[in-house]
Design a protein around this ligand. Structure first.
Ligand code: FES
Length: 320
């Protein structure tokens, strides 16, 4: 896990839409905060001991504050409910910003595609692209107007003209024809997608079907879809530097098995989303269960995420 060492104060809490709250965080001494780039996130440690990752959604030129927005989801693991319970004035701890979803800055054109609360990193990207005069368009798919966060900010922004909001409950004329958008922009653009897993799979599926190359598809998942682990078996992992072989039981993650033998791997999301635990595989065939690596990177089998991924071969030799 990234070190959650920085104390920050919640200086504002705003209901941006139904069940979506934004939080403005500043240094407690009023000092500047470490800079961040568009697409970055911070780890936030909540009072109940939970740690969650949230994308920064303010303009990345700002150093006096971090802004995040959180969808309250009572079916989630509890982080969003704890976030919504925070009060203005409360002090919490966060990590320095980290970016697993960076913009390619020399792109000819950029298509930003947000599903619901997935708008957060993409709004930050829109700010950045607009400020450097890059060509882009933002498609923002939401369930309804009342669930659409940051409407006023977008309308008042200098890039309002390239934002297209598509409501699930709106008339057919405003629905997103993603195939048409991706066919029109396929030749040279980069695509950035963020939203619920089903939305991401749908979007990336259309991109691949319309001939987009994998290297121009960029995505950030919030959470892994539930997985059936009932058929999981055991296997061995070997630490290359020491030769030690460690058994991973059927009901254990590789990270947990390693930790039980004193080998620690940095983790953050612990569900294959963030890439913090990425480990090189020297021998054996991983069974990838993450959403961090691209399809090509997974096929190469040179690295895997031991927080959730397993092994197809009886043994994996890890570069540890
Ligand atoms: Fe996030 Fe493994 S800890 S991918």
């Amino acid at each position: 896990m990234d070190a959650v060492t920085r104390a920050v104060r919640v200086v504002s809490k705003v209901m941006e839409a139904l069940d979506i709250c934004s939080f403005e965080l500043t240094a407690i001494d009023g000092d500047t905060l470490p800079p961040f780039s568009a697409g970055a996130h911070i780890d936030v440690q909540l009072p109940a001991g939970l740690t969650r990752q949230y994308s920064l959604c303010n303009n990345p030129t700002e150093t006096h504050r971090y802004q995040i927005a959180v969808l309250r989801d009572t079916h989630s693991r509890g982080g969003s409910v704890a976030m919504h319970a925070l009060e203005v004035g409360q002090i919490i701890r966060v990590s320095d910003p980290k970016n697993h979803f960076p913009l390619v800055h020399d792109a000819h054109h950029t298509v930003l595609l947000a599903g619901g609360i997935g708008i957060t990193p993409l709004l930050c990207m829109a700010e950045r692209l607009a400020s450097v005069g890059s060509s882009f368009e933002l498609h923002y798919c939401t369930r309804s107007a009342e669930r659409t966060a940051f409407s006023e900010r977008i309308c008042a922004s200098p890039f309002a003209g390239v934002v297209h909001v598509h409501y699930d409950d709106g008339p057919p004329s405003q629905k997103l024809d993603l195939t048409a958008v991706l066919e029109r922009t396929r030749s040279q653009a980069h695509l950035y997608v963020c939203g619920p897993t089903g939305f991401m799979d749908w979007s990336l599926g259309i991109a691949r079907a319309t001939g987009w190359p994998e290297e121009r598809l960029h995505r950030e998942y919030f959470a892994a879809a539930p997985l059936d682990t009932s058929a999981d078996g055991s296997f061995d992992v070997q630490i290359a530097s020491t030769g030690k072989v460690i058994r991973v039981d059927a009901d254990q993650t590789v990270v947990a098995a390693l930790s039980a033998h004193g080998v620690s791997v940095p983790t953050s999301c612990e569900q294959g989303v963030c890439g913090a635990c990425l480990t090189r595989v020297l021998e054996g065939t991983p069974e990838h269960r993450d959403m961090f690596l691209t399809v090509e990177e997974q096929a190469l089998g040179e690295q895997f995420t031991p927080c959730c991924s397993r092994s197809r071969s009886p043994k994996l030799v890890l570069d540890l």
